[in-house]
Design a protein around this ligand. Structure first.
Ligand code: BDR
Ligand code: CA
Length: 311
């Protein structure tokens, strides 16, 4: 059983990741969910996180609001992908559960200090602002982590917000640099793998076919969310970026990658936020991340559909 904290900016794909985690209590215990500004501003991501918990039948889940802007830059959002609310597509009821009063970063720090050393995995699904702030304010938590399994970056698959940068890293490159240089064990799900987890028509039909509110909502979310990637990349359906993180915790055997050095570009205006991945190990720099490059997509969607059926 893995104890995790989900750090997120929902986002339709974040929502599916949260649903997958909450539907998998045998493998995953969600200690709490921290919202961060990203796809949309913080008030909306904190709201969307609670909407999704209620959709999963978990109004008891602890949801916290974290940082409302990147460490040292203005916030860049992605309404062009996720819609005005961040969760456009289905019509879901306004949340009735409350946000917890504590700051998300304090929750991360206190949880890591309280739980046994090596037992907690952080799952960042948005810009790394909350995580970097926690590492900066409380470096003692870094050796207490089991792992950081994050969605972010791209290398051979290049960028989705600039020609060379993936959105989560681009929004807060200074935060990403702190995390990648922290010495924490990192597993990363870049676009290289997430662009292989596509909601094709039959996969969308399978969600809808569950005949449950969660199945219906996921089908409607992915219907909405596929627009952007279809137009831009001629993709066969919505890429389920963030659920790759949770699927990896349940079925690591579905994924393959390489343990390599990854550094973040924080200076160049041309390539800001690029994850410079030393795939061929030519730099001599120490590996710091397991860079995932491939997924058994059919296995991934079978797992996801089977888990969503439980909600
Ligand atoms: C990432 O950015 C967001 O738009 C998605 O939720 C995902 O976390 C993909 O680049
Ligand atoms: Ca996200």
């Amino acid at each position: 059983l893995r104890k995790i904290i989900i750090d997120t900016d929902p986002g339709q794909d974040d929502a599916v990741a949260i649903l997958l985690a909450l539907a998998s209590p045998e493998e995953i215990e969600v200690l709490g969910i921290t919202a961060v500004a990203g796809n949309v501003p913080l008030p909306l991501t904190a709201r969307n996180a609670r909407i999704v918990c209620e959709l999963a039948g978990r109004p008891d889940m602890a949801v916290y609001a974290g940082c409302d802007e990147p460490l040292s830059r203005p916030l860049i959002t992605a309404e062009h992908v996720h819609g005005k609310t961040g969760l456009d597509g289905p019509t879901l009821p306004a949340p009735t559960m409350e946000l917890r009063p504590e700051h998300g970063v304090d929750f991360i720090i206190e949880t890591l200090r309280r739980e046994p050393e090596g037992s907690v995995t952080l799952c960042p699904l948005g810009p790394l602002t909350n995580i970097a702030t926690a590492f900066r304010d409380a470096p003692d938590i870094i050796p207490r982590l089991r792992e950081v399994v994050l969605m972010g970056g791209a290398y051979f698959e290049v960028g989705n917000i600039t020609p060379t940068a993936e959105f989560n890293i681009y929004v807060d490159p200074e935060a990403a640099e702190i995390v990648f240089k922290s010495g924490a064990p990192i597993v990363m799900m870049p676009l290289d793998v997430t662009h292989k987890a596509l909601v094709t028509k039959p996969r969308n039909d399978a969600f809808r076919g569950l005949g449950t509110p969660a199945g219906q909502a996921v089908a409607e979310m992915t219907d909405f969310f596929e627009r952007f990637d279809k137009e831009k990349y001629g993709s066969l359906g919505a890429p389920l970026h963030d659920p790759c993180v949770i699927a990896y915790l349940i079925r690591p055997d579905l994924f393959t990658g390489r343990f390599i050095n990854v550094e973040i570009e924080t200076q160049s205006s041309l390539t800001l936020g690029m994850t410079v991945a030393d795939w061929w190990r030519v730099s001599g720099r120490e590996p710091n991340a397991l860079f995932i490059g491939d997924v058994d997509a059919d296995g991934f969607f079978t797992l996801l559909t089977e888990r969503l059926a439980r909600l």
